[in-house]
Write a protein that binds this ligand. Structure first.
Ligand code: UD1
Length: 326
């Protein structure tokens, strides 16, 4: 029940699905399950287990009639992946292999996989379409590419597989109830949680990595997508797979680029206070601009992101300032 998984659980339960969550709680809290139940007023089945333990997965598939899997489980910090590559390959790739093996054995061949825009490496241009060349610049990205490849090979081996690779751009925001949101254990790496911590007063200022990029104001541009819009894309992808075999990749973003300063000012408006910041040198490995061409998802999934930057910031601030994160 991590950040994206928890929001997707809400949408799945609201859409009438029965959900079984398997999570080893390495970067999440068991209390999130009751929050999800509180929001949806529905029962959530939670199993504290690690997807690398294939025998546990096998027994879960035996005990329940599972129709499809959504696979969010994985480590996701780029810097950490450079320091601890083995743990990234072990968690992300070995974990996925165990999961896919258990699915195959159980005859469950429908899966929505959490991929990332990181698979485009350093894109030559923007907006990015799904047929752009793929590459990785760190073990985290490499692990996402490998899992995509494994799933493609599964689809080649057996036409019964139905696979959606959702390439997330920059997920931000929180549920409007203020009950679930992003809760990074330890210091966050991503922009929005950092801005929120500065606003809350637990950090002095935001360090902005570079103000000399060829962008609207010199700061980096990204495609921030509200996590509830992202969660809804999973439901649409699942529905699509009912009538589509094989494997297909979709960019899941808004199609709009927003700079660091634009986000910062939107957050200032949301929290009604100034966010101190300082320009520092570029972060190694960062790109100037990254935003999606989302026409494929819009066309195939009849899905479109609805929430804008202002709403994303308001929802993060509500979540952060309610302080119900433990
Ligand atoms: C990062 C990862 C990427 C991953 C994505 C989503 C790196 C190099 N890339 O991308 O692989 O898919 O998160 O989890 O880590 N920024 C600041 N100050 C900060 C933090 C960020 O100015 O303290 C800027 C960055 O330079 C960037 C923007 O904010 O322009 C967004 O940063 P971040 O949230 O880390 O996302 P990405 O860089 O897109």
């Amino acid at each position: 029940m991590g950040y994206i998984g928890s929001h997707t659980c809400v949408e799945l339960l609201d859409a009438g699905h029965d959900v079984i969550v398997v999570d080893n709680l390495s970067n999440s809290l068991a209390s999130v399950a009751s929050r999800i139940e509180q929001i949806t007023r529905k029962k959530l089945d939670f199993i504290n287990a690690d997807i690398r333990h294939q025998t546990v997965l096998q027994s879960i598939f035996k005990q329940h009639q599972i129709e499809a899997v959504m696979h969010f489980a994985g480590l996701k910090a780029v810097g950490e992946s450079l320091e601890q590559p083995l743990s990234y390959y072990e968690n992300n790739v070995t974990g996925s292999l165990a999961l896919f093996g258990a699915m195959l054995e159980a005859g469950v061949k429908t899966i929505v996989f959490s991929s990332s825009a990181t698979v485009y490496g350093e894109p030559a241009t923007v907006p990015i379409t799904e047929d752009f060349p793929l590459s990785a610049t760190n073990p985290y990205g490499e692990s996402k590419l490998m899992i995509e490849k494994i799933l493609r090979d599964l689809a080649i081996s057996d036409s019964g597989w139905r696979i959606a690779l959702l390439r997330y751009f920059n997920p931000v925001g929180a549920h409007e109830s203020g009950l679930i949101g992003e809760n990074p254990l330890g210091a966050p790496n991503n922009l929005l949680p950092l801005i929120a911590q500065v606003a809350e007063g637990c950090r002095d200022l935001l360090r902005i990595y570079g103000n000399d990029y060829p962008t609207v104001d010199g700061t980096g541009v990204r495609d921030y997508i509200h996590v509830v819009d992202l969660a809804c894309a999973h439901i649409k992808a699942l529905e699509k797979l009912a009538s589509q075999q094989g494997v297909v990749a979709y960019n899941i973003g808004t199609g709009q680029g927003t700079s660091v300063l634009e986000i910062l000012h939107a957050f200032e408006a949301a929290c009604q206070k100034p966010i101190p910041y300082q320009f520092v040198t570029r972060r190694p490995g960062d790109i100037a601009q990254c935003f999606a061409d989302v026409s494929l998802a819009e066309h195939d999934l009849a899905w479109r992101a609805k929430k804008g930057i202002a709403e994303m910031c308001v929802d993060v601030w509500r979540w952060q300032s309610r302080g119900v994160r433990s």
